[in-house]
Design a protein around this ligand. Structure first.
Ligand code: PGU
Length: 424
C-alpha cells in the first residue's frame, strides 16, 4: 500500500473554543413567534382534547388540513404534462402572474386592459409584502414611513422595518364598540404627512375580523386621494371574507377605478389552501405599458439578490386553476364552502356562549368577518385556557375560527365560558 493517510497527529491541532468564548456568545435567545410559536406549544401538548386556534390555516369539519379538490385535479393535470423543473424567470410564471392580477383587479380593470399593471410572483403574501417594502424603500420618492392599522397582523411591522421603512400606526379598532374606529382612522389619515404609505387590509382584517363597509371604503378612497397618500393593499384572504372573490375585491377595485396607483400583495395560501407551497404575487398599477415595463425591470432587480426566482409547483397549480373554466368553478365553490363553514361555526359559538350564560356581549363573534374572531379574551384568560383546557390561541385573544368544528366546539365554548367566569 502506497497511499497512506496522514496520521491525525500531523494535522495542525485546531483551536477548540470554550463555550463562553464562542463567536455567538452574546447573541440573545429571541422570543417565540407570537403566531407560529402557538403551533409549537400545541404540538408539544399530549392531551387528546387539545385544540389549536392559533395559526390562520383552514381545517375541515374533522379538524384536518384540507387539500382542495380543485388543487388535486390541477396537480393531476400538471402530472400528465410531465413538465420540467427548470428555473422560473425572476418575475415568476407568466401565466400565473397574469391570472393572479386578473383575479384581484377584475377582468374589466382599465389598467389591466391597458397592460399597465406590473406584477411579479412572490413567496406567498409575506414575500409580496417584503418585495413591496423593498421597492418602496428604494423608489417611492417621498416619505419613508408606512402606516399600519392598530392592531395589525404581527408580522407587518417586522417585514416593513426589515425593508428599511419607518413603521407607524393609525387607529383602526375600537375596543369599546368592538368595531371599526372609523372617525379615529379618518382623523389619523387626515394628519399623515402627504405621500405617506398606508397599509390597508383589503378584506377580512387580521386579527380583528372588522372591515370597513363599502360606503366607508368609498370615503377612505376619497380621503386618501385628497391627502396624497399611497395605498398598499394586503389581500391575504380574497374569497374568505364573503365567500365571493369578487365581493372581497371591492375595496381594491374601487380604489383603482378612482385612479389610485395602488401596490398590492396577494396570497394564495388561504383561498387555495396552498400554505406551504408559498404562492403569491406583488403588483403595482403603472400609468401605462411603458412605465409598467420599467417597474417590472426594477422589481426583478429587487428580487434577484433576495432569492433569485420563485418556486414553481404552487404557481403551476394556481395558474392551472385560474385558467381552466371547470377547475375555476370548482375552486370558487370550494372557497365559498370554506367561508360558509366558518360562518356556521360563528353562529354556533355565539349560541353556545349565550346559552352558557357567559358574562359579556358576544355578538361580535357573528359580525366579524373572515378567518378570525377577535374574542376579547384577555391574555391571562388565554394562558389559563392553554394550561387548563389545552386550548391554544394568540395572546391577544384571536382565534382562528377554522380550527373549530362540530366535534370540539362544545368543549371550546364550555372552556371559554368557564375561563370568563374564572371557574377554570
Ligand atoms: N397578510 C396577512 C394579513 C396575513 O394574515 C398573513 C398570514 C399574510 C399576509 C401572509 O401569509 P402567507 O402565508 O405568507 O401568504 N397570516 C396567518 C398565517 C400565519 C402567519 O402568521 O404567517 C396568521 O395566522 O395570521
Amino acid at each position: 500500500m502506497q497511499a497512506i493517510a496522514r496520521p491525525l497527529s500531523r494535522v495542525a491541532p485546531r483551536q477548540v473554543r470554550a463555550a463562553a468564548l464562542s463567536t455567538w456568545s452574546t447573541v440573545p435567545a429571541g422570543p417565540p413567534d407570537p403566531i407560529l410559536g402557538v403551533t409549537e406549544a400545541f404540538k408539544a401538548d399530549k392531551d387528546p382534547r387539545k385544540i389549536n386556534l392559533g395559526v390562520g390555516a383552514y381545517r375541515d369539519g374533522n379538524g384536518k388540513p384540507y387539500v382542495l379538490s380543485s388543487v388535486k385535479s390541477a396537480e393531476d393535470l400538471i402530472a400528465l404534462e410531465n413538465p420540467d423543473k427548470e428555473y422560473l424567470p425572476i418575475s415568476g410564471l407568466p401565466e400565473f402572474t397574469k391570472a393572479a392580477a386578473k383575479l384581484a383587479y377584475g377582468a374589466d380593470s382599465q389598467p389591466l386592459k391597458q397592460s399597465a399593471i406590473a406584477v411579479v410572483q412572490s413567496i406567498s403574501g409575506t414575500g409580496a409584502l417584503r418585495i413591496g417594502g423593498a421597492f418602496l424603500q428604494r423608489f417611492f420618492p417621498h416619505a419613508k414611513a408606512i402606516y399600519i392599522p392598530t392592531p395589525s397582523w404581527g408580522n407587518h411591522t417586522s417585514i416593513f422595518r426589515d425593508s428599511g421603512l419607518e413603521v407607524k400606526q393609525y387607529r383602526y379598532f375600537d375596543k369599546k364598540t368592538v368595531g371599526l374606529d372609523f372617525e379615529g382612522m379618518k382623523a389619523d389619515l387626515q394628519s399623515m404627512p402627504p405621500n405617506s404609505i398606508v397599509l390597508l387590509h383589503a378584506c377580512a382584517h387580521n386579527p380583528t375580523g372588522v372591515d370597513p363597509t363599502p360606503e366607508q371604503w368609498v370615503e377612505l378612497s376619497s380621503l386618501i386621494a385628497e391627502k396624497s397618500l399611497f395605498p398598499f393593499f394586503d389581500m391575504a384572504y380574497q374569497g374568505f371574507a364573503s365567500g365571493s372573490t369578487t365581493r372581497d375585491a371591492f375595496a381594491l377595485r374601487h380604489f383603482v377605478k378612482e385612479g389610485h396607483q395602488v401596490a398590492l400583495a396577494q396570497s394564495f395560501a388561504k383561498n387555495m389552501g396552498l400554505y406551504g407551497e408559498r404562492v403569491g404575487a406583488f403588483s403595482l398599477v403603472a400609468a401605462d405599458e411603458e412605465e409598467k415595463k420599467r417597474l417590472e425591470s426594477q422589481l426583478k432587480i429587487v428580487i434577484r439578490p433576495m432569492y433569485s426566482n420563485p418556486p414553481l409547483h404552487g404557481a403551476r397549480i394556481a395558474s392551472t386553476i385560474l385558467t381552466n373554466f371547470e377547475l375555476y368553478s370548482e375552486w370558487e365553490a370550494e372557497v365559498k364552502g370554506m367561508a360558509e363553514r366558518i360562518i356556521s361555526m360563528r353562529a354556533r359559538l355565539y349560541d353556545n356562549l349565550v346559552s352558557l350564560n357567559t358574562p359579556g356581549e358576544w355578538s361580535h363573534i357573528k359580525s366579524q368577518i373572515g378567518m378570525f374572531s377577535f374574542t376579547g379574551l384577555t391574555t391571562p384568560q388565554t394562558q389559563t385556557l392553554a394550561e387548563k383546557a389545552h386550548i391554544y390561541m394568540t395572546a391577544d385573544g384571536r382565534i382562528s375560527m377554522a380550527g373549530l368544528n362540530a366535534h370540539n366546539i362544545d368543549y371550546f365554548s364550555e372552556s371559554v365560558s368557564k375561563a370568563v367566569k374564572s371557574e377554570l
